[in-house]
Design a protein around this ligand. Structure first.
Ligand code: HEC
Ligand code: HEC
Length: 155
């Protein structure tokens, strides 16, 4: 929606863009095309980029327990019964992937096994990386953690 339909040369106007984010999450881009009788530039393409946060993730901060009742359906249950890369894809990919702030599996593969095992068990302090071992209130057995370490080392 434009604030003015006619602009004199050099005059400025505003365009209001509405985005329906229902059912969307993550990065989205909306393209708006502006048509005018400018002989040199009759169509201008504008891009609006945004990051859609859903209400679950907006409400609770990084300190909230990812293994809580409200979070389990996505952060725990998808990985049940899985091992190795399948388990990584279910429980870890959402944070460790191209485009996320945490390292991806290729970067992690250069770390020693002992380091990987410790971090997966105990998490990283002051970050959203939780300790996944059952001793830390997480869902994973030692065997499952071991299968993750192996699949990270051989991606
Ligand atoms: C409907 C599925 C779903 C539920 C329920 C859910 N998550 Fe997530 N979560 C995801 C997905 C998918 C991602 C990765 C993409 C993203 O960030 O939106 C993610 C990412 C995250 C991240 C890392 C990104 C960030 O914002 O820092 C944290 C932390 C997190 N979730 C915590 C929680 C907590 C705490 C709860 C419960 C209050 C929860 N999640 C509930 C699906 C879910
Ligand atoms: C809610 C987001 C989130 C989830 C889920 C998550 N991580 Fe992390 N992880 C992080 C963050 C943030 C860091 C700290 C930043 C970094 O080092 O990439 C981290 C760090 C790590 C590191 C240390 C990386 C390094 O080389 O310093 C490893 C290994 C790791 N995570 C493995 C896993 C595994 C395996 C899973 C699944 C069982 C997992 N993570 C699930 C967010 C997450």
């Amino acid at each position: 929606m434009a604030s003015l339909s006619r602009l004199k040369p050099g005059e400025k106007g505003r365009i209001q863009v509405t985005v329906d984010a229902a059912g969307k999450r993550g990065p989205i881009v909306k393209t708006v095309q502006v048509y005018s009788n400018d002989p040199k530039l009759p169509v201008v393409s504008l891009q609006v980029s945004m990051q859609v946060r859903d209400s679950v993730h907006l409400k609770k901060g990084a300190s909230a327990g990812i293994f809580d009742e409200a979070c389990r359906s996505c952060h725990v249950d998808q990985g049940r019964g899985k091992t190795g890369f399948e388990l990584f894809r279910a429980d870890c990919f959402m944070c460790h992937n191209a485009g996320t702030s945490a390292q991806n599996i290729t970067q992690m593969s250069k770390r020693p096994e002992s380091f990987l095992r410790r971090v997966i068990r105990d998490g990283v302090a002051n970050s959203t990386m939780p300790g996944f071992s059952q001793a830390n209130g997480g869902p994973l057995t030692e065997a499952e953690i071991d299968s993750l370490v192996k699949s990270i080392r051989n991606p």
